[in-house]
Design a binder for this molecule. Structure first.
Ligand SMILES: Nc1ncnc2c1ncn2[C@@H]1O[C@H](COP(=O)(O)OP(=O)(O)OP(=O)(O)O)[C@@H](O)[C@H]1O
Length: 282
């Protein structure tokens, strides 16, 4: 399991990223010259109303899609120009995914589902089965190793998906409405698991439209019309206490390690502006 890093490092750096979709003769800028850095060990909720660009951003972060223009680097490696095969291998090693609908393979048991990301490799990495066992224990499923997904509750299936997402010790954990299919008690248990993973140093980016889920994260990045609307940084979550202050959009963006919670709001009167320092070097 990961240990907390002594210093934060840039993990996902997006610079002037634009994603444009073509709809007939029209072009839709789903993400507009977006510049942001997510650092190691950070836990971000990505929020915003429908159509604000959350899925577009998550697809880019997850290397499922490519920017129309701009640069995206993961742990310093430019991914936007990788060929498809290199990108696919890189994605499998560096990124973990958690989906609203779990996306487990029904014919595989818990342990096999956790091992799924490495199953298609020529040979198993050393110690990977032991790691899968440890992860199953870690998410509370040590007693269910040979259950099939349909023999598990929704919360247990999501725990399998979380263990699966961690099998390759990814740089980044990307969660898309991870608690959307769960009742509030089970959702809370999954969010507690995220809290624990965050405490252990995992970098988590979670897309949600649920305010209470977003507020469990350490920080909130809010999008509007493909631009950054606000950056809310600070110790939130379990304490629930946020000593926020509003800063004008022209303020110097916040830096990692600042003790107090901060909000930086970007006004829509500044068209095209979609940049903020996610905490590290800009
Ligand atoms: N494949 C596509 N083709 C054309 N336009 C698209 C496509 N995907 C997204 N868009 C447009 O890009 C914008 C951002 O969409 P996106 O799905 O990223 O928003 P979202 O914040 O995830 O919304 P929701 O919360 O409803 O899922 C929207 O205006 C949407 O209509």
């Amino acid at each position: 399991m990961k240990q907390p890093q002594p210093g934060k490092q840039p993990v996902a750096e997006l610079t002037d990223v634009t994603r444009t979709y073509k709809m007939g003769d029209e072009f839709v800028k789903a993400l507009d010259t977006f510049t942001f850095t997510f650092n190691s060990g950070e836990y971000w909720a990505i929020m915003g109303s429908s159509g604000s660009g959350k899925s577009t951003l998550l697809n880019l972060l997850g290397c499922i899609d490519r920017p129309t223009s701009g640069s995206y680097r993961i742990r310093g490696r430019e991914v936007s120009s990788m060929d498809d095969d290199t990108l696919s291998t890189f994605r499998g090693k560096e990124l973990g995914f958690i989906f609203q609908s779990y996306n487990l393979l029904p014919q595989l048991d818990v342990l096999e589902n956790i091992l799924m990301p490495v199953m298609y490799q020529d040979e198993y990495p050393d110690g990977i089965e032991e790691r899968a066992l440890r992860l199953a224990e870690r998410v509370g499923l040590g007693g269910r190793l040979h259950h099939k997904p349909m023999q598990l509750s929704g919360g247990q299936q999501q725990r399998v998906a979380i263990a699966r997402s961690l099998i390759n010790d990814p740089a980044l954990l990307l969660a898309d409405e991870a608690t959307g299919n769960l009742d509030s008690k089970t959702a809370d248990e999954i969010l507690e698991l995220f809290d624990e993973l965050h405490d252990e140093g995992t970098t988590i980016l979670l897309v949600t439209h649920e305010q209470d889920v977003g507020e469990r994260a350490e920080n909130i990045l809010r999008l509007k019309d493909g631009l950054i609307e606000s950056v809310h940084r600070g110790q939130r979550g379990r304490s629930g206490a946020t000593q926020a202050f509003e800063a004008s959009h022209s303020s110097v963006a916040p830096h990692a390690g600042d003790a107090e919670a901060e909000v930086v709001t970007f006004t829509s009167s500044e068209p095209g502006r979609s940049d903020a320092d996610g905490g590290g070097e800009a």
